[in-house]
Unconditional design. Sequence first.
Length: 438
Amino acid sequence: MQMRIAVEGCMHGDLDNVYATLLHLQEVQNIKIDLLLCCGDFQAVRNEKDLESLNVPPKFRSMNSFWKYYSGEKVAPFPTIFIGGNHEASNYLWELYYGGWAAPQIYFLGFAGVIKFGNIRIGGLSGIYKSHHYNMGHYEKLPYSEQDIRSIYHVREYDVHKLLQIEEPIDIFLSHDWPVGITAGGDLKALLRQKPFFEQEIQEGTLGSKPAAELLGKLRPPYWFSAHLHCKFAALVQHEKDGLSTKFLALDKCLPGRSFLQVIEIESGPGPYELQLDEEWLAITRKYNAVLPLTIRNANYNNVHLGIEQCRQFVRNKLQTRGSKPFEFVQTAPCYKPSQPVADGVFHGFYKNPQTEALLQFLELEYLLNKMPESRKLAASQAPLISGCSFDYLGEDIPIDDIDDTEDFKEQNGPKSIFIGSASGSSSELLKDSSFVP
């Protein structure tokens, strides 16, 4: 059986256009798309208060279209799985730190996570890599300061450490920024014709994420998808350890004429396909949850006392009793109403998400996410002691309003993709498997 999976780069809240493009593609090509994956900058903004936690320039602080799916005004036409990027409503994603439904049919993979769709195993890492925050804990606390808004989505070693414990095969992995060094496996000359300012970072070995590269070498998935750098780039990675290979594809942001969407076919079992909790990942979560770092200090793994096999058997017994479906979606924050703005007095602090509570109760774990009374004080007192670290930095790798005057990257060799236009002016491509090879 062939499962058709659509992959999207940076969403930037434009769900309506992405879904419309895929529906158009289904009709024109007479195909059925089973799943949509989004590689970050999803912008799950529920109401005006969520905009306060969104790291974008003021002129881009708009509601966009996610709120329609959160409120129930619309329902996603395809099961959708997304990771976080560096332009997110981080207050909402923190509620779903372990993963969960951000809206009906729209699933957030968590700050790090693994989920199954049918028999396809999908892993992901949210955020982007910044070395000066990597070995810190998740110290940010609502209401976020201007510095917190720009650090909360920075990848932390604790989440990567959990992903590195995975032993069973991963079929697809998602990261927002690219694994560092990935450009060596693709058409570098074509990339630099489109993005010449990447050259220095590539030469210095700083374009991309070191933790993502470590995960790529450990997990060796057949497919890896990314976004963030606002261009399309394909690469093939040959793993020396066992002869496996990874087909890497980065995609652009959702704009007319940009290569932001691809559809691939992957071998799978027969449908119908549903999301299922992953046994191994839940066991890893159970093992390491007690040391979830909620101050500036990283996790102390010496305090991990549970064995992975013990956790695995515990989770297996639980899943056999309850089943493996994720816990049901529950609204937490008020829904956006265009004719009735949220009043300033409406609570917009930390919400305890019932999905997260239910998952932790299922795993018999303590709820820790809002137990951070000392975190801001500790962060402030220790920040000057962190070598080379400034909590006042404002820059990111790719601005949200970057302008690209060059033509979209096209494969120079191999089969050409099929170009499909939509009424909205957006574009998509149906990608043949061999088109991953530059």
